[in-house]
Design a protein around this ligand. Sequence first.
Ligand code: SF4
Length: 180
Amino acid sequence: MRKPKIASDWLAGCAGCHMSLLDIDERIIAVTELADLRATPITDLKQPDEKGVDVGILEGGINNSANEEVAIRMRKRCGILVALGDCAVFGGVPAMRNFFTIEESLRRAYVETESTDSEGMIPNDPELCVPTKVRSLQEVVPVDIFVPGCPPDADTIFYVLSELAQGRRPDIKGDKNQWQ
Ligand code: SF4
């Protein structure tokens, strides 16, 4: 039987959700026996197969035009799209930036930080992506499964991966202890 293909990528987040994925430790072997893990930020392949994958997993919110491109590409190439972690589910910590204008945020990051010297300036190059308001994943592309948590714990991630790898839709409501 063909193994389902799973790919993941990250957007505006802290990489903590993928670190939590790695916290499933040796259970990654069980996942790889059930599924073909394709492109991820922590493997050599970086983009989901052009011919498509069964499951796409995205960590992080949508923070700029580059994030939009990654989210749209994953949505086009995957059958089931999973929003992994609070940033993807509702914007999370990065969305705190929405209390300020983009200009104020860029000034704070590149000019006003305590470690910035007097030459600090906001980067300005046509090749740079365009910053946007921070949005949840579902504000940009349709999402099939939401896995909240900051980050979701490793047991939750293992449950979600193993269910998807076996062609089942994970039920992430209820007491997580039932999954252990
Ligand atoms: Fe990091 Fe939390 Fe966002 Fe995951 S949900 S990327 S752990 S801030």
